[in-house]
Design a protein around this ligand. Structure first.
Ligand code: FES
Ligand code: FE2
Length: 370
């Protein structure tokens, strides 16, 4: 199992911070998560500090995430061996309390940090991160900005590549999210791409005037999903006239789409993607807004993100089997609208190569280009 995990972890950049959980979903019970191909047990010690260790008990392979927290250690549910946040065995209940505990009896541990309501993980075992998580600035926006966030991580169908490229892709909105994003245009705005100077992310920026002139429904904010949502949306949702739409990708797995009108940024729809295994990705998502500040809109936004993510997971889970894997379709035919998502391949691919790992997709990404 351990060697299987090591092989899977080769598919992902592991010297990197990702979101492992929301603060609210990591309580006094341990939490099991598959992250970058490794089965992990997250837990809080007696002082509330979060930790993450490999979930495979080295004694007989019980799942430590099914155990319980005792003081500052995680107790295995099978024979009660305890491991602290650094992975060291602290107790073997079946032997005399004074008897020595072998030093080699330990589990790999992973660096964890907690910030802005999120628990971040560095999924390289027994490693020392050289920097803290790079929390995007929009998470710290004060009132009147209002946050509607999924209460916890969602394990979604879709390899890491397919999930990220989908989040960066505007051309699927009018088809996959016809009901949840009623104003989505079939036509994709011409985004200007800017690569961050540190090459750990990029932006796409589009001026919306031309698009809205051709298709005024684009100005609709998200209120779709059904008859009730449509009806309530008419009363509860402020109508924005976007002048700019932008998105940002960062190596931490963050994609954030920002709508700006004449008065400035109005909402940030964001997701943090964390690789799980070869064909599944964990998603932590939310919307931060400074408009439509009423409880009915809160209710609509709370329904919006689960609906969006379910629609994406459905289309990605139903791709033909040879396209579902970590490298996607071997020779995708690239159309113009793909330009906004393709820098992801370069940035994440370069980070993989920097760790000496194979890049499972073509870097130019194309069998042919339109
Ligand atoms: S399997 Fe964990 S203590 Fe035996
Ligand atoms: Fe989508």
């Amino acid at each position: 199992m351990r060697s299987g995990e090591a092989a899977l972890s080769q598919l992902f950049v592991t010297r990197n911070w990702y979101v492992a959980a929301t603060s609210s979903e990591l309580r006094s019970e341990p939490l099991g998560r598959m992250i970058c191909g490794r089965r992990m047990a997250l837990f809080r010690d007696a002082g509330g500090r979060p930790h993450a260790v490999s979930a495979t008990c080295p004694h007989r392979g019980a799942d430590l995430a099914r155990g319980r927290v005792v003081g500052s250690s995680l107790e295995c549910p099978f024979h009660g061996l305890c491991f602290d946040g650094a992975g060291a065995c602290t107790r073997i209940p079946s032997q005399d309390p004074g008897a020595p505990i072998p030093r080699a009896l330990r589990v790999p541990s992973f660096a964890v940090a907690e910030s802005h309501g999120l628990v971040w993980i560095w999924p390289e075992p027994d490693d020392q991160p050289p920097h803290a998580p790079e929390v995007p600035e929009f998470l710290g926006l004060p009132a009147p900005w209002r946050l509607s966030m999924l209460p916890g991580g969602r394990l979604c169908s879709g390899s890491y590549l397919n999930s990220l490229e989908n989040a960066l892709d505007d051309a699927h909105l009018a088809f996959v999210h016809k009901r949840t994003v009623p104003g989505a245009s079939e036509r994709v705005a011409p985004f200007r791409i800017e690569i961050a100077p540190d090459r750990r992310g990029y932006w796409g920026i589009a001026d919306m005037a031309d698009i809205i002139a051709q298709d005024p429904a684009v100005a609709d904010v998200s209120a779709g999903g059904g008859l009730l949502e449509d009806l309530l949306g008419r009363f509860a949702m402020e109508q924005l006239t976007p002048v700019q739409k932008s998105y940002r990708y960062h190596l931490s797995g963050n994609v954030c789409i920002t709508t700006t009108d004449a008065s400035g940024p109005r909402d940030h729809t964001f997701a943090f993607f964390t690789p799980s295994d070869a064909e599944q990705t964990l998603l932590f998502g939310g919307v931060l807004r400074n408009h439509s500040l009423n409880p009915v809109a809160d209710w609509l936004f709370a329904r919006y993100m689960p609906a969006l993510t379910s629609e994406d997971a459905k289309i990605l889970g139903e791709l033909v089997p040879e396209a579902r894997g970590p490298g996607g379709l071997a020779r995708p035919f690239v159309i113009r609208a793909d330009r906004q998502s393709f820098p992801f391949r370069r940035i994440y691919g370069d980070a993989l190569a920097a760790e000496g790992k194979p890049v499972p997709w073509a870097l130019d990404g194309a069998g042919a280009a339109a």
